[in-house]
Write a protein that binds this ligand. Structure first.
Ligand code: SF4
Ligand code: SF4
Length: 292
């Protein structure tokens, strides 16, 4: 149990860190209690498994594509300019300031696999537990009530901060999507990528307007939304080294496919996702993208 002075100090430090994260590129900032992972994540995937003695998890969410990029008739520009890893940059600055100014340990939570295919910590779960959003019908993307799609990073620290609560209200489905579902049997995201027509999304909404069932074909989505990345680089490289004809090999190396794969893995500029269609039609966060 914290006494009043401790609580006030934690609140004041939390506000300073929140502001610092926003100044560093975060659109939203939340703080979660590491103990809440006990209920939702298995051993090995909790903050305390990554940083012993963890007392807080700071989560930041940053916008990817700008409002102009969403409007561009060239969807290709969304891929190339869509994501700049500013959430990672912001969380690194947060970790630095916690260590340098407050004398506590801090580490970026590993949101990418360190072995195998699963990350040690889920950034989706982190965002939910820090009260920044809820799971949606569109590929399980965590939607923030104000911004919709955001990119999340987290920092685990031994510094005790003031925790945020999980959102009480589901962000998805939007009231307009409930109406659309009642009328046509589909929400806009489901209609953009319908499972029964070779797409990835299916679901239903119950009588109270909440998600009743949802299905997301992750493998199919990856073949569409992540054509260029580590997997495509490995695939192309395997084919290149197996090709005996030198001229053909050279052509493969200079091909658009291999160039984009190299670009993707070096973060030279190829986004981590190449499909935004379910998010393009999502009404959540649209107001934020309506600029002059
Ligand atoms: S990202 Fe593209 S392929 Fe994946 S679910 Fe959304 S619309 Fe479908
Ligand atoms: S369009 Fe957006 S708000 Fe509507 S159901 Fe799909 S993800 Fe949810």
């Amino acid at each position: 149990m914290r006494d009043v002075a401790d609580k006030q100090q934690a609140m004041s430090i939390t506000e300073k860190i929140r502001q610092f994260a926003q100044d560093s590129g975060a659109s939203v900032v939340g703080v979660a209690d590491p103990q809440t992972w006990e209920e939702y994540a298995p051993t090995g995937h909790r903050p305390g498994d990554i940083l012993p003695g963890a007392r807080s998890v700071v989560v930041v969410g940053s916008r990817g594509p700008t409002a102009g990029a969403w409007r561009s008739p060239s969807h290709r520009l969304m891929e190339v300019n869509g994501y700049d890893f500013r959430n990672d940059a912001a969380i690194h600055r947060v970790a630095d300031v916690i260590e340098s100014q407050y004398g506590h340990q801090a580490i970026q939570a590993p949101g990418l696999p360190t072995e195998g295919h699963l990350p040690p910590m889920s950034m989706m779960l982190s965002a939910v537990l820090a009260g920044l959003g809820t799971r949606s019908l569109a590929a399980n993307i965590i939607l923030n009530p104000k911004y919709g799609l955001l990119y999340y990073s987290a920092c685990i620290t031994t510094l005790e901060l003031e925790y945020d609560q999980m959102l009480k209200q589901d962000v998805c489905p939007h009231p307009m999507c409930v109406k659309t579902f009642r009328r046509f049997g589909k929400t806009p995201c489901m209609a953009a990528c319908p499972a029964e027509e070779g797409g990835c999304l299916d679901g239903s909404i119950d009588a109270s307007g909440r998600i009743e069932y949802s299905s997301f074909d992750r493998e199919r989505c990856v073949t569409r939304s992540m054509n260029f990345g580590i997997n495509s680089f490995q695939k192309a490289l395997t084919e290149i080294v197996a090709t005996e004809d030198e001229k053909e090999q050279e052509n493969m190396i200079h091909s658009d496919f291999f160039s984009r794969s190299c670009s993707a893995i070096t973060h030279y500029k190829e986004s981590v996702a190449q499909c935004f269609e379910c998010m393009r039609v999502c009404p959540i966060g649209r107001a934020e993208r309506k600029l002059k």
